[in-house]
Design a protein around this ligand. Structure first.
Ligand code: KIV
Length: 271
């Protein structure tokens, strides 16, 4: 299958059309200019400036510590690199849960200061007012259900969600509500593949999965994980396309050897 390389900007409507014609949506995370430029040039449909930046870029154990200003810093770097992809930014923990007014001002700040194309937030009916208020300002909203890492202290574990019927029913109900509220797409994280497929078949907006099987409308992975930069993280759903931890480590070791042995710089590598 050929990858789209021509510069035709991806919009929320394009994603909807892709779902209608059964074309899968490819989404990856990015947090910086250089990575975003490579990902965008490769033809990715959606770049998510995820709050996973809290783990991947800042080394925190959870996504909770990252701030709105830090998300905006990452997002604006990504937007500067992007010609084609739709750029969606996570509303960080604490920037939208208190009330819908705060949610709207956080979303506006992201859009104004980063130039991104929409926001993502976690939760179902408990965030109804925030979603509806953000939408009144014309800001596209992506939902996120299943394993929602901002609630890790409620869950107590990063294990698969909605395996029991009661939680699965609640998730299906929330997915339908998010569609009704006006979300343009939905991320489903770490839930059984059969449930994710049922959700995708029950709603008209695109469903993008991570650890949610192949029956959904698209896939998202954390870029650093799929590049194999984080060798300590290997959940079942992760496909590694490179082993960058090893190849980068080898390059760094070789550089150290070359500097210490005076091999680098050579005569040709100086003025
Ligand atoms: O923050 C993130 O990277 C995410 C994806 C895992 C969906 O929310």
């Amino acid at each position: 299958m050929s990858v789209h390389r021509e510069i035709k900007k991806v919009t929320t409507n394009v994603l909807l059309e892709m779902k209608k014609r059964g074309e899968k949506i490819a989404m990856l995370t990015a947090y910086d200019y250089t990575m975003a430029k490579i990902i965008d040039s490769a033809g990715i449909d959606v770049i998510l400036v995820g709050d996973s930046a809290s783990n991947v870029m800042a080394g925190h154990e959870t996504t909770l510590p990252i701030t709105l200003d830090q998300m905006i810093y990452h997002a604006s770097s990504v937007v500067r690199a992007t010609k084609r992809s739709l750029v969606i930014v996570d509303l960080p923990f604490g920037s939208y849960q208190a009330n819908s007014k705060e949610a709207l001002s956080s979303a506006i700040k992201i859009m104004k200061e980063s130039g991104a194309h929409g926001v993502k937030l976690e939760g179902g009916k408990e965030v109804k007012e925030s979603i509806e208020r953000i939408l009144t300002a014309g800001i596209p909203v992506m939902g996120h259900l299943g394993l929602t890492p901002q609630s890790i202290y409620k869950f107590g574990t990063y294990t698969v969600r909605a395996k029991e019927e009661e939680e699965a029913e609640r998730l299906m109900e929330d997915a339908k509500l998010l569609e009704q509220y006006g979300c343009f797409a939905l991320v489903l994280e770490k839930i059984p593949a059969s449930l994710a497929q049922k959700v995708s078949e029950s709603i008209s907006i695109p469903v993008i999965g991570i650890g949610a099987g192949g029956g959904v409308d698209g896939q998202v992975l954390v870029t650093h994980d799929m590049l194999g930069m984080n060798h300590e993280f290997s959940p079942r759903f992760l496909r590694r396309y490179l082993n960058l931890y090893e190849s980068m480590g080898n390059a760094f070791e070789q550089y150290i050897i070359d500097v210490k042995s005076r091999d680098f710089p050579s005569d040709k590598e100086q003025y």
